[in-house]
Structures are given as structure tokens and as C-alpha cells.
Ligand binder design. Structure first.
Ligand code: ZN
Length: 283
């Protein structure tokens, strides 16, 4: 079984996690830029973080044979902080980097006017840079937040087939499916979506445009819940091909729209870490 985790925050995880993920079949992942818990106080704090997402973290992943790509954005929560908003002007240079496969995570946290503005501006950046967009939906008042998210996406003019709306559940999956956007599900240990619930959603809505991720970060989360979902699918009668589609081919198709997904097995190009860039030997 091969697994592509389309949303996981490895910066917050240990090398033990990388080893366990590699053993579980995780061969590729995408790490979206997000909120670190501790508020950032200036744009430089973001640029150091972005540099690590495209430099240090891919190098760390490669030690375990895992291919690492990133998405870059000002996250919804910090879009409210005037100390952080100037980072919006620094995004274009990151959105041109080789390993950046989408704009994200963008979207809503508390649905403030500041979040509206950052969301709209970053969807425009996605269009301008011909990148897909990864959109976070709020954990509170999810149905309302998801409806509003879809309105903003539609108004932006971005092709819905280039947008993944994430952290969905039984209540929000239907409207996102109708919109033509991709549907992301974050499988968590206790709260929100679980492997058995995910299997039911796949049974009802089919595998098309479905993305399953662990969204593992600094909170209570588990990078192996992608594997557990795959196993739950098999136990429920889904075929190996269904599992491969949801856990591998779907994320490859979605992020492949960036034109930058390079799934050459990590280590094959003798990657070495040099400052903030990966230098590839050979081709
Ligand atoms: Zn996240």
C-alpha cells in the first residue's frame, strides 16, 4: 500500500513519526503553512518558517524516503493580527518556488472582515500563480463557515477543480461536492472525523475528488490515521484499487495541477541540505 498524506504538519512531529509513517507506507506528503500555536510577532518569523518548509523539512523527510512538498500562505487565524498581515506582500516570491504545490491553508477561522480580505487576496494569488488552493474550514459553526467559504471561492473566479475544502464532515460534504471543489477530511484520534465515519462517507459519496489526511500537528493527532482509514476501507469491502485512488492517486491528481509535484523517490537524487534550498545531484 502506498499513502500520500495531503495535509500534515511535520514541523511539529518527531523523527519517530517519520520512521513510523515510512513503515506504514507513507511515500509522499504535503505540509501546509499554518499557525504554530505561539503567536508570531513579525513577518520575518513567517519567512524563516516558509524557508524551513521548502528547505529543512524536505531534507528531514528524505532521510526516511518520503517526498515532501509544501503549501504557503498566511493562515486564517493570524490573518487577524496586524503584526502578521504584511506577510501577504511576501507570499509571491514563495509561490514561485519548486516545492510549493498550492496556496494554503487559507480560509476562515472566526470569519472576521480581516479574514475575508486575506482569503480573497490569497485566492487571487492562487489564480495569478496558477496554483491550486487548500482551504481550511472553521471548527466552530462549520456549516455556515463552509457555505460562506464556497461563496468566496465562487466569487474569486478560481476553477473549483483546483480548490480543496478541508476538515469536512457528514454535514458539509454534500455542498462541497456540489460545488465541484475537492473534499478534504482530517481524521483525528478522538474528535471530529474517525476512520469508520470516513468509510461511511466514502460509501455514500464515492471516491471521486476525495482527500483523506491526518492533519497531524502539535495537538492531539496521529500521522498513522491515513493507514487506519485505508485498513477500515478494506475491512468494509472497498478494493485495493479504491484505497490506492483515495490515499494516493487523488492527492497526486489534485496537487499535480501545480505542475510541480515531483514524486521521484526521496534519496534517489542524493539530496543534501544547503541553507534554505535543496540541491539535487544528477539530473
Ligand atoms: Zn492544518
Amino acid at each position: 500500500m502506498r499513502i500520500f498524506d495531503p495535509h500534515i504538519h511535520m514541523t511539529s512531529r518527531t523523527t519517530d513519526d517519520y520512521a513510523r509513517m515510512a513503515a506504514a507506507g507513507v511515500r509522499a506528503l504535503v505540509e501546509p503553512a499554518f499557525w504554530l500555536g505561539q503567536p508570531r510577532t513579525n513577518p520575518g518569523s513567517f519567512t524563516d518558517y516558509f524557508d524551513s518548509l521548502i528547505g529543512w523539512e524536505p531534507y528531514r523527510a528524505a532521510q526516511f524516503g518520503i517526498v515532501h512538498h509544501a503549501t504557503i500562505a498566511l493562515n486564517p487565524k493570524e490573518a487577524n493580527d496586524p503584526r502578521c498581515r504584511p506577510v501577504l506582500d511576501l507570499l509571491p516570491r514563495y509561490l514561485d518556488k519548486d516545492r510549493v504545490v498550492a496556496v494554503g491553508e487559507i480560509g476562515y477561522d472566526s470569519m472576521t472582515p480581516e479574514e475575508d480580505d486575506a482569503f480573497e487576496r490569497q485566492l487571487a494569488l492562487a489564480v495569478e500563480h496558477e496554483l491550486p488552493a487548500l482551504v481550511h474550514t472553521p471548527h466552530r459553526d462549520k456549516a455556515h463557515g463552509t457555505r460562506r467559504t464556497l461563496e468566496v471561492v465562487a466569487a474569486s473566479g478560481i476553477d473549483p477543480g483546483r480548490v480543496a475544502v478541508d476538515h469536512l464532515n457528514e454535514v458539509t460534504v454534500g455542498i462541497v461536492r456540489e460545488s465541484g471543489c475537492w473534499m478534504g477530511f482530517s481524521i483525528y484520534p478522538e474528535t471530529k472525523m474517525s476512520p469508520p465515519r470516513m468509510v461511511e462517507i466514502l460509501r455514500e459519496h464515492g471516491p471521486e475528488r476525495m482527500l483523506v489526511n491526518s492533519a497531524a500537528d502539535w495537538g492531539h493527532s496521529d500521522p498513522l490515521l491515513t493507514l487506519e482509514t485505508a485498513q477500515a476501507m478494506l475491512a468494509a469491502g472497498f478494493t485495493e484499487d479504491d484505497v490506492d485512488r483515495v490515499l494516493w492517486r487523488n492527492p497526486v491528481e489534485f496537487y499535480g495541477q501545480s505542475g510541480r509535484l515531483d514524486l521521484t523517490p526521496a534519496g534517489a537524487g542524493e539530496e543534501t541540505f544547503a541553507g534554505s534550498s535543496i540541491k539535487r545531484g544528477g539530473s
